[in-house]
Design a protein around this ligand. Structure first.
Ligand code: G3P
Length: 217
């Protein structure tokens, strides 16, 4: 599973990117709104750093989504246009794909929606694990079913497991066949931390210091 950051906070994404394990970022209107910044600037800065930056349209009709998608894609070749799974959204996906633009279909809550989006030509589908769990179903199970269906029919669409809320979601998404996990920075920082790593390092360094001290006597 490749690892993306689910955020529009450029500085925070940069800190994670510098460690070398992040290859993309996914944004949505809520995440962009939180920054208070010009969305185009955010998308450009991120696309100069990362191979995949999902940027979402906010129009609700196919024509509007198509126009907005074309405009977003013109910012940088690394922009992937994010389209919500609605009948109008699917029409826009079809048109954007006709123009060779990469598309991520978002707000996916079932394997059926994922299969339909894939058949329209989506390059990526984004099932929302946490929000499916919120309504009493298993988000990870939706990813597992989708991965199984895509494998059965040789469908090249990649699954981006989204709405990852905690470290256990991250592992479960990786085991369930998601190609990509998009993870909020706070969850990534938790994944980077392990108490035994800290304790182990402290012990190594204190043992080392003891030897140095006795050698210098
Ligand atoms: O990528 C989708 C994600 O941002 C939604 O997460 O936690 O609001 O369900 P959440």
């Amino acid at each position: 599973m490749r690892i993306f950051v689910d955020s529009a906070d450029v500085e925070e994404i940069k800190k994670l990117y510098e460690m070398g394990f992040v290859s993309g970022a996914t944004t949505n209107p809520s995440l962009v709104a939180k920054t208070g910044r010009d969305p185009r600037e955010i998308y450009r800065e991120l696309a100069e750093m990362l191979e995949h930056v999902s940027a979402e349209v906010v129009a609700e009709d196919a024509d509007g989504m198509y126009k907005e998608g074309k405009d977003l894609a013109s910012i940088h070749p690394n922009i992937v246009v994010k389209i919500p799974f609605t009948p109008e959204g699917l029409k826009a996906v079809r048109r954007l794909k006709g123009d060779g633009i990469r598309v991520n279909v978002t707000l996916i809550f079932s394997a059926a929606q994922a299969l339909i989006a894939a058949r329209v030509g989506a390059d990526f589908v984004s099932p929302f694990i946490g929000r499916i769990d919120d309504i009493g179903y298993s988000g990870v199970e939706v990813v597992r079913e989708t991965a199984k269906i895509f494998a059965l029919y040789d469908i090249p669409t990649q699954i981006i497991a989204a709405s990852i809320r905690h470290p256990a979601h991250f592992i479960a998404a990786a085991k369930s066949g998601a190609h990509i996990g998009t993870v909020p920075p706070a969850v990534l920082w938790k994944l980077l931390k392990h108490p035994l790593t800290d304790i182990g390092l402290e012990k190594f360094l204190s043992d080392w210091r003891k030897v140095q001290e006795s050698l210098s006597k």
